[in-house]
Ligand binder design. Structure first.
Ligand code: KIV
Ligand code: ZN
Length: 389
C-alpha cells in the first residue's frame, strides 16, 4: 500500500503558461518559481526547453536558482528535445526530464499515423534516452484518459522497465468521470507487475469541470503525485487547481494523505500568479476567489455570526485570505445589519434595528451591495429623527 504523502507537481510555468496571454519572461518565471518553492511544492515544471530560446533560458535560470524543489523540463519523445532539456537542467540540484507520447488510438492514428507497437517502442526509447542524463525520468502517456487500459498497462510496464521513475496518466482532454479515472489508476496498480517501482501521477484537465475530482479519485486509488497549477490555469478550461487539491487533502484527514503545501501562502501566490499572468480569478473560485469567504444571505449570515463553522469549513487565515466578509445585499437580514452597524460604531437595540432594516432594504433594492457609506447615512438620518422626536 502506497504511503500517504502526495507529491505536488506544479506546472503553472509550463501547462499554465500555455494559456493565451499568459506568456512570462525569464524574470517573471524565476520570481514565481521562488514563490512556488516557498509554498512547498515538490516539483516545479519550469518549461519546455526545446520550444524556444526564451523557455530554455527560463528553465536554465530556475534550475540554477532553486535548491529544494525538483526542477522538471518537458519534452516530446524526440532525442533532440531530451538533449536540450538535459542541457537546460544541467545545474539543477534535482533535475527531472518529463518525456512521453500519445497512447490513445486516436493520437496514435491521427497525430502519428502509427501503430500501438511502434508507439510502444518510441515510449521505451525516449525513457532510455532521458535516463542517460538523469535518474529521475517521468513518462507521460498523453491522452491516457481515452487510452485502452490493457494497452496503457503494457506501455506503463515497459517504460518502468526502461527506467521511468514516475508514470504520468494524463486525462489530457478532461473526458473521464472521477470513478473511471480512479478505476484506471486501480487497473494499473493491479495489472502492471513492476508498478511499485514508480510513482503514479495524475494530470487532469478541466474540460468538464472534473479536473480536481479526477485527481482526488486518482490519489484515493493509489496515485501519489498530482500535477496542478495555481488558480487552475492551463490549456483550454485549465488544469487541476493546486489550491483545491491541497485543501481537499488537508481538510479530509479521513483520506490518510498529506502534502507539504503551506496553506497560508495559497491566497498570496494566487494573487501573484493572477497579477503576473494578467489573468483575473473568478470571484466564486474555491479557496482563492474574492467571494470564497463572503456571506450575503440572511440565513447564512445569522448562522455564521452565531458560529462561523455553520457556513465555513476552513478559516480564511488558514489559506491566507482576508477575514470573512458579511456583505449586505437585499437578501441580508437583521443580524447582519446590526453587526455591520456595530462595526461602524453605532449601537442600536432591536427596536431601532427593525426601523433601520426597512430603510436598509429600500437602499438594498436599488443597489447590488450596500456599502459602509450608505449605512452611515441611514444611521445618521435615523439618529437625527430620533433626536428631534
Ligand atoms: O495534458 C497533457 O497530456 C500534458 C502532457 C504533455 C503531460 O500536458
Ligand atoms: Zn496538460
Amino acid at each position: 500500500m502506497a504511503e500517504g504523502k502526495v507529491h505536488i507537481f506544479d506546472t503553472t510555468l509550463r501547462d499554465g503558461e500555455q494559456v493565451p496571454g499568459c506568456k512570462l519572461n525569464t524574470t517573471e518565471k524565476l520570481e514565481l518559481a521562488l514563490q512556488l518553492e516557498d509554498l512547498g511544492v515538490d516539483i516545479i515544471e519550469a518549461g519546455f526547453p526545446v520550444s524556444s530560446p526564451g523557455d530554455f533560458e527560463s528553465v536554465s535560470q530556475i534550475a540554477k536558482t532553486i535548491k529544494n524543489a525538483t526542477i522538471c523540463g518537458l519534452t516530446r519523445a524526440v532525442q533532440k528535445d531530451i538533449e536540450v532539456a538535459a542541457q537546460a537542467l544541467k545545474y539543477a540540484v534535482r533535475p527531472r526530464i518529463h518525456t512521453g507520447i500519445g497512447t490513445s488510438d486516436l493520437h496514435i492514428k491521427a497525430k502519428f499515423n502509427s501503430t500501438r507497437e511502434e508507439i510502444l517502442k518510441r515510449a521505451i526509447q525516449c525513457v532510455k534516452w532521458a535516463r542517460n542524463f538523469t535518474d529521475d525520468v517521468e513518462f507521460y502517456a498523453e491522452d491516457a484518459g481515452r487510452t485502452d487500459n490493457d494497452y496503457l498497462a503494457r506501455v506503463v510496464e515497459a517504460v518502468i522497465k526502461a527506467g521511468a521513475t514516475v508514470v504520468n496518466i494524463p486525462d489530457t482532454t478532461g473526458y473521464c468521470l472521477p470513478y473511471q479515472y480512479g478505476e484506471k489508476i486501480s487497473y494499473l496498480i493491479n495489472n502492471v507487475s513492476n508498478i511499485e517501482k514508480a510513482i503514479i501521477s495524475c494530470h487532469c484537465h478541466n474540460d468538464l469541470g472534473l479536473a480536481t475530482a479526477n485527481s482526488i479519485a486518482g490519489v484515493i486509488a493509489g496515485a501519489r503525485q498530482i500535477e496542478c497549477t495555481v488558480n487552475g490555469l492551463g490549456e483550454r478550461a485549465g488544469n487541476t487547481s493546486l489550491e483545491e487539491v491541497a485543501m481537499i487533502i488537508k481538510q479530509h484527514k479521513d483520506l490518510g494523505l498529506y502534502t507539504t503545501i503551506k496553506s497560508e501562502k495559497l491566497n498570496p501566490i494566487s494573487r501573484l500568479v493572477s497579477d503576473t499572468m494578467r489573468m483575473p480569478v473568478q470571484p466564486n473560485k474555491a479557496i482563492v476567489g474574492s467571494n470564497a469567504f463572503s456571506h450575503s444571505s440572511g440565513i447564512h449570515q445569522d448562522g455564521f455570526l452565531k458560529d462561523a463553522q455553520t457556513y465555513e469549513i476552513m478559516n480564511p487565515e488558514e489559506v491566507g485570505a482576508d477575514s470573512s466578509k458579511i456583505v449586505l445585499t437585499a437578501r441580508s437580514g437583521r443580524s447582519a445589519l446590526a453587526y455591520r452597524f456595530q462595526k461602524l460604531g453605532f449601537q442600536f437595540d432591536r427596536n431601532d434595528i427593525d426601523v433601520l432594516y426597512n430603510e436598509f432594504v429600500k437602499v438594498a433594492d436599488s443597489k447590488k451591495e450596500v456599502e459602509d457609506g450608505d449605512l452611515t447615512s441611514i444611521a445618521k438620518k435615523y439618529q437625527s429623527k430620533v433626536a428631534i422626536a
